[in-house]
Design a protein around this ligand. Structure first.
Ligand SMILES: C[S@@+](CC[C@H](N)C(=O)[O-])C[C@H]1O[C@@H](n2cnc3c(N)ncnc32)[C@H](O)[C@@H]1O
Length: 319
């Protein structure tokens, strides 16, 4: 655990700050929240489009490849909103995270849960991936944005494999930022420029873009922003170990221990777009839905590249 002290500290302060500003880590209790200036957490409609879509994908994977009441480890569970939803859907869930503050908030949301019908079970632990074996064995491990925080991804995937039952499943949603191109950035910039011209963008950084050089430089800036998952003038990342690995390293580690059942692209640009819009909320919600539909359509038809991807793999080898 000691090697992840700084990582835990970063997530402790992040969740404390969010909760102090009214964030409730429960997808059924979200409220509009101005504290989030560009994130999808700014409005429940955006959160449903992004995080809700992720959750619906997890449920689809579980019903296609696993079974009702499966025992699931939500690894790097954060403040627990996916674990809570999985348990509400009848699964038996164990959540683990190195951030004690995250686990405290997850436990609080669990204590306040009023959706008891069909609830499976849910328990949380503070700990690292090196501690999971004693909590297992599991039918499924969910890595929702966990693996890319792990410098030694080969070791972590081995721990996950060892904690799964024979034929157990690994489900993930992780970055593939190396696949996100200048073309994707140009598309995102064009939308932002139009929003900005109509006074619907949160700041004036896009005003006065009136020549080729500025457009090209803004395109590089957006490409960098999406790869770093933060504004380029923002100090530091989400945490010290953020973006330790991308799709290539993650897939290499998974292929050593699992056989892959599917991979599937997630969204391309809406992640850092919807929450940056300003204006009449009813109109913004319509625009967010349209932007998400465009994103999904172009990703599915290989016009745009996703910057995250889903996957499902089974422990063992295919033969
Ligand atoms: C990007 S967040 C994802 C949170 C949540 N799964 C979600 O989808 O919103 C990554 C989480 O991994 C946790 N984490 C980082 N290193 C870890 C480790 N070695 N063992 C367990 N959790 C870890 C962090 O504390 C953080 O909550």
């Amino acid at each position: 655990m000691d090697e992840f002290k700084e990582e835990a500290r970063a997530f402790d302060s992040r969740i404390n700050e969010r909760v102090e500003h009214g964030f409730i880590p429960d997808l059924r209790r979200l409220e509009p929240n101005d504290y989030f200036y560009k994130s999808f957490w700014r409005h429940p409609h955006y959160a449903d489009i992004y995080v809700g879509t992720m959750f619906r994908n997890y449920l689809d994977f579980l019903s296609e490849f696993s079974f009702e009441n499966a025992r699931i480890l939500d690894i790097g569970c954060g403040a627990g909103y996916f674990g809570l939803e999985l348990a509400r859907n009848g699964y038996n869930v164990v959540g683990i995270d190195i951030s004690k503050e995250n686990i405290d908030k997850a436990n609080q949301a669990l204590a306040e849960n009023t959706y008891g019908d069909g609830f499976g079970s849910l328990e949380y632990h503070v700990g690292s991936y090196q501690d999971i074996e004693s909590l297992g064995p599991f039918d499924v491990i969910l890595s929702s944005g966990f693996m890319h925080h792990i410098p030694n991804i080969t070791e972590a995937v081995q721990f996950m494999c060892d904690s799964l039952k024979n034929k157990g499943l690994l489900i993930w949603h992780e970055p593939q930022h190396a696949d996100w191109t200048e073309f994707d950035a140009a598309f995102a910039l064009t939308i932002r420029l139009l929003l900005s011209k109509m006074g619907l963008w949160h700041d004036d950084s896009l005003q006065g873009i009136d020549n080729n050089e500025k457009i090209m430089s803004m395109t590089s800036g957006i490409k960098e922003e999406y790869k770093l998952e933060r504004d380029i003038d923002e100090k530091g990342g989400q945490s010290p170990n953020d973006l330790s690995c991308d799709k290539k390293q993650i897939m290499a580690a998974i292929n050593d221990n699992f056989y892959v059942l599917l991979t599937k692209p997630s969204f391309s640009y809406i992640y850092r777009m919807m929450g940056g819009m300003r204006g009449d909320q009813k109109k913004l919600n319509e625009m967010a839905s349209l932007l998400a539909l465009i994103d999904e359509t172009y990703v599915e038809n290989n016009v745009l590249h996703a910057n995250y991807f889903y996957g499902v793999a089974r422990k063992g080898h295919s033969s």
